[in-house]
Every structure is written in C-alpha cells, then in structure tokens.
Design a protein. Structure first.
Lengths: 213, 213
DNA sequence: ACAGTAACCTTCGCTTGCGTAAGTTACGAC
DNA sequence: GTCGTAACTTACGCAAGCGAAGGTTACTGT
C-alpha cells in the first residue's frame, strides 16, 4: 500500500496536476467555463482552492491546459487513423476515430464543442472545431484542384464534413440506446463520400425565385 | 414627433419589452448566458436594472423569451421555404433559408448554437439545434421506409444534415469575404442530396481492423 | 532525532453581479 | 389644476467566487 492511497492524502506535484486536469475536465464539461467554480474543482479533488492556483495560476490557466491536451489528443487519434488505406477507408477511419474519441472522453469532447475563453479575449473566433475544419480544408483544396473542381469551394465541404461529424457525435453520445460507433461512422462516412463523389462540377441554385407573391 | 422619440425617454411597456428583447439578444449572443450581466443590458437600453426585472422577472426570464422567439422565427422561415417544389428544391430552399437566417440575425443564430440555461436545470440536453434535427428526422424516417432503407438509421442522416448546415453557417457568418448565401446553399445542398441519393442500402465499415500491431 | 522542504490548509479582502425596497418623475383623465 | 397611474430611478442587501497572505503538517535525507 503506497503512501498516496492510505487516505487519498498528499500527492506529488505531478500526480496532483494530473488529477486536477482530470477533475477539471469533468467540471468544465458539465457547467461550461463561466459557470464553473474553482471551488468545485478543489472540492472534488479533495483539496483546497490555493492548490489549484499554485499549479495552474488560476481558472483560465487550468482551462487552457486541459483544452490544449484534448486538442492534441484528438488530433493524434485522427492522424493515426489516416496513415494508410484507400481514400475512402481513410475517411471512414477518421470519422470512426472522431466518434470513438467522443465516446471514450465525453468530457473532453463536450469542452471542444464549446468556445474557449480565449474567444472573448482575442475578439474573433478560432474555436477549436473550426481550426480542425481548416486543416481538413487544406487537404480538400488540393484534391479539388487535382480533380478539376473549383478549389475555392473546398472550405465549404470541409466545414460541412466536420460539422456533420461533430454534430452527429454530440447527438450520439447523448442518446440512450446508441448504435455502435462503427455503424454510425459507416453511415456518416458513406453520406460524405457519396456526396463528394457525385458532386456536380459547379452546383448552382435550382432557380425558384418565385417565393410567394 | 411622438413623445417616445423626443429624448429617447419613457416608452410604453410594450415598446420597452421589444427593445429589451433586441438589446438582450445582442448581449447574450456576444458573451453567452453566464457571462452576460443584467447591468450591461440595462445600460445599453439606457435604463436602470429594475426595469428588466419588472418586465421579465430576471435574467433567465428574458433569456427564455428571446430564445423562444428565435426558434419560432427560424422554424417559420424554414417551413415557408419547403411549402412547394421538388424534393431537391425543397432541400435547397431549406438550407438557403437557414443560411439567410444566420446572416440576417447573426445574434439570434449565435444564441441557438449555444446551449440554453435550461440545460443545467433538467440535467439532460434538449439543445435547440438537436430538436430541429429531430424534426428533420421525422421526415427522413418516413422517406427511408418508403424507399426501403433501414428507418432506424434516419436520425443519423438527419443530425448529419443539420450539423453540416449549422456548422457551415457558423463558419460562413464569421468569415470575412464570404460567398453569397446562394452559393453556399447550393454546394451544401448538393453534397447532402448527392450523398443521400447514392447511399448504399446498408453501409458497413470497410473492414480494416488491422490497426497498427 | 532533527532540520529542511514540498504539499497543503484556514482565513481573509475584495469585486461582481443578482435581485429588491422605497422613492421620484412624467403624463393622461376629468 | 390635481389625482392616479405607469414608467423609471437611486440605493441597498446579500451571496458567490476569484485570488492571495500567512501559517501548518508530513515526508525525506542525514
């Protein structure tokens, strides 16, 4: 029996940091940044407030660290998923990786869907998920150019793809009796794949300007 | 010159209510529910705090009224958009209606993308956009059954569709140099339409269980 | 045994922001 | 004109929550 477990007492700095990151993730995910109190985090970690300040400098510091780790984590998963295979397989695996992440780490996932406190600092919105969509957009742009499509429209499809996966993921994680991640991934990937595959070269609105007189 | 405009002074109860709803929408959209203060709303409306309480009973009351109106508004727009035309035209018009709403009322749109304060009350999440997706899901389920597809998978596609539109809309409203709403709508609608049109009867994962040894 | 240090706690100041109580000003009716 | 009412104000009570100052406990090496 190690000293840390006797009565869940004193931890090393590193261990405490790790614990606070985990606890913080849960609390931030539950209430959102603003509504989260440092006190609740401290309480759940069975320590007092100042410890949090010693380790992370405050609420925002802890939040930043947690978000950063989550981003690293999910990007890593997706990158691992697309290292090999046919384009379609890679798409499917990326979607599956994303959904698996959402299931495995629902708290982290929930945090990424909200906007960071950075948002209100720098005025504009870099919002994690849109960053991810921009990365996808980079890949799409190249593919579009090669295939003779208008490369300027690539971001639309990139954001559409990320949006559908994120939103389905959110619904899926919060529905009772959810299908398997493989099922959901295959359907979403099929939708995206078929949609992209059969895209007209230059989609235009089907007229219909005759909205009610 | 009416009495209300002389020095922007006393308004009738109805006019004040209307003004507070508008001001509140802007402020809630900017900061989110938690970070919004009643004081800022009162300040921007050039009145003092208690007025807000007299009219709406408090922060939550005002918020609820605003969200309710926005939901009515956007649902109305979409319903108007799908009254006539071929299925594909109706899809396209629905997407266009959604995007136009996002452009016309960016504040209302921003509010709908965040989760209501009701969320923390009843524990679970009904979140406006997912409600909308559920409505779409109702339509899809019927169509799927008719076409011989697995009706149980309809919600996946419904949420995917709503997710892509919402997310693209968010990106689109916040990007400088945005394409026309018609352009974006036609592309998104084409993606969704082609995807659904060429869907395999029963999508399954393309194997590839051989993730790195 | 007995420093020395890392981990941790109790207590406090101070600000912010919700919501209310009591009083004040404009305006229309008669 | 003066009376009543609807619109609005100033002032306040009170709780929550961020962050810091200073003191205390327990483990570690010698």
């Amino acid at each position: 029996m190690t000293k840390e477990e006797r009565h869940a007492g004193r931890l090393t700095a590193a261990a405490r940091r790790a614990q606070l990151i985990e606890v913080g993730r849960a609390v931030f995910a539950k209430h959102g940044y603003e509504a989260t109190t440092v006190e609740e985090i401290a309480e759940r970690a069975r320590i007092s407030k100042p410890i949090v300040y010693e380790h992370f400098g405050g609420k925002e510091g802890l939040y930043a660290v947690i978000v950063d780790r989550e981003v690293e984590h999910i990007v890593g998963r997706i990158v691992d998923a697309v290292i090999a295979g046919s384009p379609r397989e890679r798409l499917e695996q990326a979607v599956l990786a994303f959904l698996s992440y959402a299931k495995d780490r629902p708290d982290g996932f929930a945090m990424l869907l909200r906007d960071a406190p950075l948002t209100k600092r720098r005025g504009e919105m870099p919002a994690v998920m849109h960053d991810l969509a921009d990365r996808v957009g980079g890949v799409f742009t190249e593919q579009f150019r090669k295939a003779g499509y208008d490369a300027k429209t690539a971001p639309i499809y990139a954001h559409a793809l990320v949006g559908m996966v994120a939103f389905v993921g959110q619904w899926w994680t919060e529905s009772r009796k959810p299908p398997s991640p493989e099922t959901v991934a295959s359907h979403v990937a099929a939708l995206a794949w078929m949609g992209l595959r059969h895209l007209p070269r230059r989609p235009t609105l089907l007229a219909r300007k005759d909205r009610r007189p």
